[in-house]
Design a protein around this ligand. Structure first.
Ligand SMILES: Cc1cc2nc3c(=O)[nH]c(=O)nc-3n(C[C@H](O)[C@H](O)[C@H](O)COP(=O)(O)OP(=O)(O)OC[C@H]3O[C@@H](n4cnc5c(N)ncnc54)[C@H](O)[C@@H]3O)c2cc1C
Length: 319
């Protein structure tokens, strides 16, 4: 399902239209049923960075059960003064807890009405939501290793997944690569270190695209820093989350190198249909060191390109 469809679904359920064709007008002047029929109270809002990352904790305030799987999202609806009725989707940041509370990790955008508004709401405020919805990220038992790549708040569902799997005693190796711009964007180190210190099979690395000279860790966008670290591509499941440009490029590169699309899970938050140019893809492909899938069917690889990049000059890539 495309993310745009989620955000721009009609405001009211079609439930009342069933069986009454032609009788209802589009305004639905009676029997209005908002799809955002659930309620959650804000318990706390915590600014994690001065660049606009906020963690908001909620408690479900209606009588319905609240269960979700890592990777799923809720839709929030709110009347924003000056901007009207706004709706946006947010992935759960916390793992499933079973006590009706959950956390979201929100990027407060300068030009973002809902994210700005939400970050200023007081504890005790009740918000309307729908869901949880969307695909679960839970891997199959046969997936031997998980490679997680998230940019910015795209780390939210990946963190939820890690916490959930690791607290369940999952033994497979999990590597999280988190792409941020600046050192000021870094947060959640206590949470991530707690996981990494307690468990041998989990590790994480932060890659800064605008790193200061003395930054001792990964540098560049994830498409620059991660490919040289993947010694093998087979036997892994890949999770890509956040900026659609990173996801498109990484997915295209992985598929072109022989990774089956069904082993790639993606969750795009914005930049849903980015344009990928050949020079960028050439550079990304050139950084991969793994060649274990190099025997992959070249016909299949060229199909990947035709499907995503129809221009004739890239159709024959990567021959
Ligand atoms: C399935 C799904 C899950 C999502 N989960 C999260 C989440 O966990 N946390 C979160 O903060 N957002 C998440 N988003 C994005 C969120 O739904 C909103 O788009 C975002 O909060 C902006 O809403 P807004 O009303 O403030 O501004 P809008 O007017 O909707 O957006 C303003 C502009 O900012 C762009 N934008 C949206 N998000 C970002 C970003 N992170 N960085 C840079 N530009 C961006 C939009 O594309 C748009 O061009 C998710 C989106 C989808 C589709």
């Amino acid at each position: 399902m495309m993310a745009e469809e989620r955000e721009y679904e009609p405001k009211y359920s079609r439930f009342y239209l069933r069986g009454r064709p032609g009788e209802m007008d589009s305004e639905l002047t009676w029997g209005k049923v908002s799809r955002y029929d659930r309620r959650a109270d804000i318990l706390a809002t915590e600014w994690l960075t001065n660049t606009g990352t906020v963690r908001i904790t909620f408690r479900v305030a209606d009588e319905q059960p609240f269960e979700f799987s890592p990777g799923q999202w809720i839709g929030l609806e709110e009347e924003v003064p000056g901007a009207g009725l706004r709706r946006s989707s947010y992935c759960m940041f916390s793992p499933p807890r079973g006590d009706g509370t959950f956390e979201l990790l929100i990027r407060v955008l300068e030009n973002g009405p809902l994210s700005k508004h939400m970050a200023a709401l007081p504890p005790g405020y009740t918000m309307r939501f729908r869901g949880p919805r969307g695909k679960s990220m839970l891997p199959k038992p046969t997936d031997t290793e998980l490679i997680l790549m998230g940019t910015g708040v795209g780390v939210a569902p990946l963190y939820s997944l890690c916490r959930h799997l690791l607290s369940d005693g999952d033994q497979r190796r999990i590597r999280l690569y988190w792409g941020l711009r600046l050192t000021d964007d870094i947060c959640l180190l206590d949470e991530l270190n707690e996981l990494a210190d307690g468990l041998d099979n989990f590790s994480y690395q932060i890659s800064l695209s605008q790193a200061p000279p003395d930054w001792p860790h990964l540098r560049g966008r994830l498409t620059e820093s991660v490919p040289p670290l993947l010694e093998r591509l087979g036997g892994k499941r890949y999770y890509l989350s956040g900026n659609g440009a990173m996801i498109e490029e990484m997915e295209l590169a992985l598929c072109s190198l022989g990774v089956d699309r069904t082993f790639i899970f993606e969750e795009r938050f914005f930049n849903m249909k980015p344009r990928v140019d050949r020079a960028t893809m050439d550079a990304i492909m050139g950084r991969f060191v793994a060649d274990d899938l190099s025997k992959a069917d070249t016909r299949l690889r060229s199909q990947v390109w035709r499907f995503t990049a129809p221009e004739p000059e890239v159709a024959e890539y990567p021959e």
